[in-house]
Design a protein around this ligand. Structure first.
Ligand code: ZN
Ligand code: ZN
Length: 355
């Protein structure tokens, strides 16, 4: 069996499907662990009882807990840059450029956006509960989840002249405009926090990124929504991992079938060759019986030489045309079953015997 059984395209498809499958499985496992941790995390109300509970907890700390409370600034608050009446504790101002980029690969203009500038302002804040108890929220920027609301959004359309248009076609980039967005975590927003809950030595409570590497969450959506999102994300990664693995298996099956097909053709050739050798031996035996021992090959051998390999004697007759022009091995290597002399279809091959 000559040649490598897997083509480059198949090898790339196989590598990509199993590679993606592995990556999706890793993401699924990660989301599953997060979803599982969220499901098992205990919920607490922010009140005086929480402090009492933490006092009797080892290291006065709960590794992964869910709390919900109103956002309150510790000292001062921030005002929106665009609507002064909106106050918050965290502010993100982003300037994005929207543009069309010419794709040489698909030959279309594709939408593209890039962040030109981002500014984040934060002030210390806490989550307030039913009584006067508060939990200080630490490192909010490390938290996953949607905890800000869009407080301002404006798109400034780009304007350009004829010269710019020419430049755009040459460079392959057409600016559409700039989008300015302000997002804020507003004061009094009800926020769900999932993280490490600690009673500090000064008697204050704080929520911070878990020290065991679990995902830290702050979300304006309620806990059930947060959990549902993670469950569906895990299910989604799982489906993608399975689909990629199936695609890989399909490629593998395809390669296997092709390999089996080639093996079958080779086996058939081998069988035909054996049958041919048997027929030839039989014919030689018959001729030997009729005309005595076979004459030693003389000058006529050269005239009888195979026209293809120029080394073996012509030992077969191609039917129906009847040409005797090649050896059996060369006949088997013909790309198509057609006579190399007259191009007629070969329907049968028989051994030819030179006395
Ligand atoms: Zn030959
Ligand atoms: Zn022929």
């Amino acid at each position: 069996m000559d040649g490598f059984p897997v083509t480059l395209t198949e090898a790339v498809c196989l590598g990509a499907s199993f590679g993606f499958s592995g990556l999706f499985y890793y993401l699924y496992k990660k989301s599953w662990i997060t979803a599982n941790k969220l499901q098992n995390a205990p919920h607490f109300t922010i009140d005086a009882k929480l402090k009492d509970l933490l006092k009797v907890t080892p290291e006065t700390c709960l590794q992964y807990a869910v709390i919900e409370g109103h956002v309150k600034p510790v000292d001062e608050h921030l005002s929106s840059q665009f609507k002064k009446e909106i106050v918050g504790v965290l502010q993100k101002i982003t300037l994005k450029e929207h543009r069309l980029v010419w794709s040489g690969f698909s030959h279309i203009w594709m939408d593209d956006e890039r962040i030109l500038h981002q500014r984040v302002n934060t002030l210390p804040f806490a989550l307030a509960g039913t009584d006067r108890t508060v939990v200080r929220v630490l490192s909010p920027l490390e938290a996953a989840g949607k905890y800000t609301e869009v407080t301002y959004e404006k798109f400034n359309q780009a304007s350009y002249g004829l010269g710019d248009l020419l430049g755009q076609y040459v460079s392959g980039v057409k600016p559409k405009g700039h989008l300015e967005i302000e997002e804020m975590l507003k004061v009094d927003t009800i926020l769900t926090g999932v993280g490490e809950l600690k009673l500090n030595t000064d008697g204050t409570l704080s929520l911070r990124p878990p020290s065991d590497g679990s995902q830290y969450f702050l979300s304006i959506a309620d806990f059930d929504t947060l959990q549902r999102e993670h469950d569906s994300m895990a299910a989604w990664w799982k489906a993608l991992a399975v689909a990629s693995a199936l695609a890989g298996a399909a490629v593998l099956l395809w390669v296997g079938l092709r390999y089996y097909d080639r093996w079958r053709v080779q086996a058939k050739k081998e069988q035909d060759r054996k049958e041919f050798a048997r027929l030839r031996a039989e014919a030689e035996r018959q001729h030997a019986n009729e005309a005595g021992p076979r004459a030693v090959l003389d000058g006529s051998y050269r005239e009888n030489i195979c026209l293809i390999c120029l080394s073996e004697p012509r030992d077969c007759v191609l039917l129906d045309c009847g040409h005797v022009c090649c050896c059996y091995l060369c006949f088997q290597s013909l790309p198509q079953p057609k006579c190399p002399i007259c191009r007629q279809d070969i329907v049968k091959v028989l051994p030819v015997y030179h006395p």
